[in-house]
Design a protein around this ligand. Structure first.
Ligand code: ADP
Length: 496
């Protein structure tokens, strides 16, 4: 009997390897950071080879730290930063350009031109997404249009495209496997989420040869065997990071919802087998599913500046020395003293979509002190999440009763209580905040039979910490009314 599932958790700043045992416990973790490359202020790149090396080193260290060998690994699950684009040579495996990272805005103008062609509605209907530089398609096109000889080679079928999962799989299998899963495919702008296949019309719109695209399978599938230190180990799970977190949080049923509080926040709601079209600026995406199951979908909304507002008061305003200080300071005052901070540092997202807005601090008095400011920053994370929750409830017709949370800032008890208060919802934080890595392990483990069933997993769940609403409806109304006023002021500030 094999003992472990190995998760490869390939994030935006580091690659980690984690071994999970039969009880879903992480028995060892190893992590390597890699370089963030900024060739100019709006370009963000990674070196794919450095990512692969970081990932492989982590694998070796995680196996060593658990005093085990690759023979003890039943299967691998991969989860990765989504949308980030690698194009490489089919013969040599060499990338023709650095990976263009999801954050990179170099194709914003290209997106504006596409919008002007009137293809937005078709794109929304087929992909569930909006035309944005964030997703992979325009990044691929940029590489084909800007790297010498790339387009000709691609037309001749000599170049391959992949998100990082695909690239890792290709490298780890010595070029034998060229595949991805439906969740990663659903973030490319080239994938029809209704038919779950690459869409020829989209390929034409973005001018991308079909021969570049990997084979797509459900997230829990047999993707083939890779080589780990000379041992053949099967890969049985792949999912983009947010969909993996949704799965890792056991959001298996329609209406289940999770929020990851990291640098930004990512809220996903399982909408069952219906791809719900948003009327409030959310995107529709594929949720992780196992082979032989009906495909499931999710609504997704993101907060651009979540935990990042805490980094800002630490690094720029220097009101705190470490992120966790914010909890203690926020609790020193009974409220924010009427102060609202709207951290629209790079515009307002869902449901306002105002890219010209910039941050504001409203309601300052002579009595405002640093604790009020810190508190207002934490509260802003909860208000922004609340706006997404409201949009999701309206789009899906589901009232949300419980929010499962994870990510670095979910450790902040003040923030979790405040979220529960403003959203009138139970906030449930698992002991294991590694929902993303766990999600990939569960996908792989359930598919290959290492974990018995979803039901059995629930029994393995440790205690969760639940935060329940403690304020009256009237207090909630006053707080959220103030936030809406602050948003109005933020928008009014840049309008003529
Ligand atoms: P990412 O995966 O986006 O790098 P993490 O999940 O590691 O993010 O969370 C890091 C973010 O959470 C940072 O923006 C940090 O400011 C914030 N953060 C971490 N701990 C706390 C805390 N105790 N209170 C508030 N924010 C926190």
């Amino acid at each position: 009997m094999k003992k472990y599932i190995l998760t490869l958790d390939e994030g935006t700043t580091s690659a980690r390897a984690i071994l999970f045992d039969k009880n879903c416990r992480a028995v060892s973790v190893a992590q390597h950071e890699f370089t963030q490359i900024y060739p100019n202020p709006s370009f963000v790149e990674h070196n794919p080879i450095e990512i692969f090396t970081a990932q492989y080193s982590s694998i070796i260290e995680a196996i060593a730290a658990a005093h085990t060998t690759a023979e003890e690994i039943a299967a691998i699950g991969i989860t990765n930063q989504r949308e980030t684009t690698v194009v490489w040579d089919k013969m040599t495996g060499e990338p023709v350009y650095n990976a263009i990272v999801w954050q990179c805005r170099r194709t914003a103008d290209m997106c504006e031109k596409l919008k002007a062609q009137g293809v937005e509605e078709y794109i929304k209907d087929t992909t569930g997404l909006k035309i944005d530089a964030y997703f992979s398609a325009t990044k691929i096109k940029w590489i084909l249009d800007n790297v010498d000889g790339a387009r000709e080679k691609a037309e001749r079928g000599e170049l391959l495209f992949g998100t990082i999962d695909t690239y890792l799989l290709y490298k780890l299998s010595g070029g034998k496997i060229f595949a991805t899963d439906t969740t990663n495919a659903s973030r490319t702008l080239l994938f029809n989420i209704n038919t779950l296949s690459w869409d020829d019309k989209l390929l034409k719109i973005f001018d991308i040869p079909r021969s570049m695209l990997p084979e797509v399978s459900p997230s829990g599938s047999n993707f083939g065997e890779v080589d780990i230190m000379g041992v053949k180990v099967p890969v049985y799970g792949i999912a983009g990071d947010q969909q993996a977190a949704l799965f890792g949080q056991h959001c298996f049923n329609k209406g289940d919802i999770k929020n990851t509080y990291g640098t930004g926040c990512f809220l996903l709601m399982n909408t069952g087998d219906t791809a719900v079209k948003s009327r409030h600026g959310l995107v529709t995406t594929v949720a992780a599913t196992l082979e032989n199951e009906n495909p499931q979908y999710a609504l997704e909304g993101s907060v651009f500046i979540g935990g990042a507002v805490i980094q800002w008061i630490r690094d720029e305003l220097r009101l705190i020395t470490k992120a966790s200080d914010s909890e203690r300071m926020a609790k020193r005052v009974s409220d924010s003293g009427g102060v609202y901070i709207v951290p629209a540092f790079s515009g307002l997202g869902t449901p306002y979509w105002d890219m010209y807005a910039r941050g504001t601090i409203c309601g300052i008095t002579r009595g405002t002190n640093r604790n009020h400011i810190v508190r207002a920053c934490l509260e802003s994370i909860a208000y922004q999440t609340n706006d997404l929750l409201t949009a999701m409830a309206e789009d899906s017709g589901n009232t949300v009763k419980k929010l499962k949370v994870d990510g670095g800032a979910s450790r902040n008890n003040f923030l979790m209580q405040f979220q529960s208060d403003v959203s009138d919802i139970t906030v449930s934080r698992p002991q294991n905040a590694e929902a993303t890595a766990l999600g990939a392990a569960l996908l792989a483990g359930l598919t290959c039979g290492f974990y018995e069933s979803r039901e059995a997993l629930i029994n393995l769940d440790g205690e969760t910490k639940d935060f329940k609403p403690q304020i009256s409806a009237k207090e909630r109304e006053t707080l959220t009314h103030g936030w809406k006023q602050a948003i109005k002021s933020t928008i009014a500030f840049h309008e003529e």
